[in-house]
Design a protein around this ligand. Structure first.
Ligand SMILES: *[C@@H]1O[C@H](CO)[C@@H](O)[C@H](O)[C@H]1NC(C)=O
Ligand SMILES: *[C@@H]1O[C@H](CO)[C@@H](O)[C@H](O)[C@H]1NC(C)=O
Length: 219
């Protein structure tokens, strides 16, 4: 067997290995409870001394109840990630709760580090994601239903019902990260130059400035 055919044989395996290291890395010990106050930055958080770990590092009541959806978008995301639950550090999973007023939108965004699964607690939601081939996969989901947003793809959730809606999200990252397209492009600091946005969106400076105005002051 020559080198080329060996490579052909093993290249699917290589692909498999390279994709399996693209998620949060595996832990090398039972516990590495985040020391959120530490000035030392690693890939994740440094571990607290074992003597300082207690049961409160592993629990959180922050997603038990609906949050206020009196926001610009009529939705509120509450994370249950390593920033709230230090015990999640190095474990590669987290959750969130999202509440929606009638008409509320969780605007198009991506999570660079995680696939997301959602479970509808209450109400009905129109949800969708868009692939890199610009194909939209969209569905109306209802109480009890599960839906998947593949890692890194742009997605959204909209409550088109007349009642509030809520869902629980699960992520395969301790801190999935969120980039909301509108805020990222029109609300960054320093600002993305107007001439980048006029050319990218094929619109005039006036329109760019108008959209920037909507994203400028953070609440
Ligand atoms: C756990 O430790 C924190 C400080 O790190 C302390 O505030 C809290 O009271 C402790 N809780 C229990 C149940 O020991
Ligand atoms: C919603 O928020 C606005 C601005 O923050 C405030 O003026 C208004 O009273 C709030 N409404 C409710 C029902 O809390």
């Amino acid at each position: 067997m020559n080198k080329t055919s060996l490579f052909t044989l093993f290249s699917p395996l290589l692909l498999l290995f390279s994709s399996s290291v693209a998620a949060d890395p595996d832990m090398l010990q039972d516990l590495c409870v985040a020391d959120l106050a530490s000035a030392t930055k690693v890939n994740g958080y440094t571990c607290k001394p074992a003597s300082e770990i207690n049961i409160t590092d592993f629990s959180f009541m922050g997603i038990a109840k609906p949050g206020s959806t009196n926001t610009t978008m009529g939705s509120l995301v509450t994370g249950a990630n390593v920033e709230k639950i230090p015990g999640l550090n190095t474990l590669g999973v987290s959750m969130a709760r999202i509440d929606f007023a009638p008409g509320g939108l969780n605007p198009p965004h991506t999570h660079p580090r995680a696939t997301e699964m959602i479970f509808v607690l209450e109400g009905t939601l129109d949800v969708g994601f868009i692939t890199t081939a610009n194909k939209l996969f969209m569905k109306t989901i209802t109480k009890g239903e599960v839906f998947v947003f593949p890692k890194g793809l742009v997605h959204f959730q909209k409550n088109n019902g007349n009642e509030p809606a809520s869902l629980i999200s699960a992520f395969n990252s301790q801190l999935p990260g969120t980039q909301s397209l509108g805020a990222t492009l029109f609300g960054s600091s320093p600002a993305v130059p107007d001439n980048v946005l006029t050319k990218a969106f094929q619109i005039g400076t006036k329109e760019v400035e108008k959209i920037k105005g909507r994203f400028a002051p953070k609440k």
